[in-house]
Design a protein around this ligand. Structure first.
Ligand code: GLY
Length: 370
């Protein structure tokens, strides 16, 4: 059977759902194809950090994208609550990077200096001030770098809310797998889903870690593939921790219900969705060294997911040059939750207003073509 839509969004993660919602609000007829439930892959496996400052090492397009997207979250949280009744738990407590040794402290001081120079809020805290913010932290720490404007959300709820709001706006959700793009010369015309052909004026490729495989079905080189992240979830006490915490390569994210998510590994392990003893040990060692009281909490769950990674670790956002009908929104790697609202806005600005508000040159889909 052949069906048609203005827009076919391939992938129902946070990026696909945010784009579908945004385009439907702009009046377009959108079909979204997802083989599982919306957000069932990386979007739910992440920890929900909205931490552009913690995740940047210099002023850069990635930092600009992160700051622009974070600025959209307060309104998005209200809008989603009004439309769906779901609270995405947008938390604004800030982010403490704790120093356990001289090396951590030197890195923290340098980060504080460039961020302040760039006009961002960052503060160096003494041990006593850091313990004043988070009393469970070990007195072993030397101090901390505090980013008061890094935030977080409950990411599984965010995707559920975006999918619900998109459905209310008329987005048609199809459960299935786009096995291949339909291509006619220099035009992508839709996707093959089982026996069905879904034709659309524009196909938006938002298939996360699977995007590279799908692009290849149309003869396109898009080296976006999986980087595994593992998380350990403790059953904690609601509101005991009010900040994101970082220690070394690990972060701790407190959820409103008391859960503490400790993450995350960064592993090139293909699509092997495993939680390893080695990673669980390292996550728990780091967390317990930072906050010894965590040792008594039950381990509630562990999981792994696949971040969509591109070789330069920048997202891939924009139309495919020289090819009609294909727009790409993938490769969000460690920042899919953070970058979702700005990605949706940019795709809407591209397709509806024909004037993206940020320069998309660093994110061009064909930058790996050679
Ligand atoms: N943004 C955190 C992570 O990818 O682990």
């Amino acid at each position: 059977m052949a069906r048609t839509a203005d827009i076919l969004v391939v992938g129902g993660g946070v990026i696909g759902c945010a784009i579908a919602y945004e385009l439907a609000k702009a009046g377009l007829a959108v079909t979204l194809v997802e083989r599982g439930t919306p957000g069932c892959e990386a979007s739910s496996a992440g920890a929900g950090m909205l931490a552009p400052q913690a995740e940047s090492s210099a002023p850069s397009p990635r930092l600009a994208l992160g700051l622009a997207s974070k600025a959209l979250y307060a309104d998005l949280a209200l809008e989603l609550r009004e439309r769906t009744g779901l609270d995405i738990e947008y938390e604004t407590g800030g982010n403490l990077h704790c120093f356990l040794d001289e090396g951590d402290e030197a890195v923290g001081r340098a980060a504080c200096a460039w961020q302040r120079e760039a006009g961002l809020k960052a503060e160096l805290l003494s041990r006593a001030d850091a313990l004043g913010l988070e009393p469970d932290i070990s007195a072993e720490i030397r101090g901390a770098l505090f980013f008061p404007e890094d935030h977080w959300v409950n990411n599984p709820r965010l995707v559920t809310a975006l999918a619900g709001a998109a459905a209310q706006e008329g987005v048609r959700f199809v459960t299935g797998e786009v096995a291949a793009f339909l291509r006619a010369g220099d035009r992508i015309t839709g996707g093959q889903v089982g026996e069905d052909r879904i034709r659309a004026a524009v196909v938006v490729l938002a298939a996360g870690a699977w995007s590279g495989q799908l692009a290849a079905t149309a003869g396109l080189r898009l080296p976006v593939g999986p980087v595994r992240g593992q998380i350990v979830c403790l059953e904690g006490i609601p509101r005991r921790h009010r900040h994101l915490l970082h220690v070394g390569d690990h972060y701790l994210v407190p959820r409103v219900n008391g859960e503490i998510l400790i993450g995350a590994s960064v592993e090139w392990a293909g699509f092997a969705k495993q939680v390893t003893a080695e990673y669980v040990r390292s996550a728990l060692d780091a967390a317990i060294r930072l906050a010894p009281a965590l040792a008594r909490l039950p381990v509630k769950a562990t999981w792994a997911g696949f971040r969509p990674w591109a070789p330069d670790e920048l997202p891939v956002i924009g139309p495919w040059p020289g090819l009609e009908g294909l727009v790409v929104a993938t490769g969000h790697f460690r920042n899919g939750i953070l970058w979702a609202p700005i990605t949706a806005r940019l795709i809407r600005e591209l397709l509806v207003d024909h004037a993206p508000s940020l320069d998309l040159t660093p994110f061009r889909p064909d930058r790996f073509a050679k």
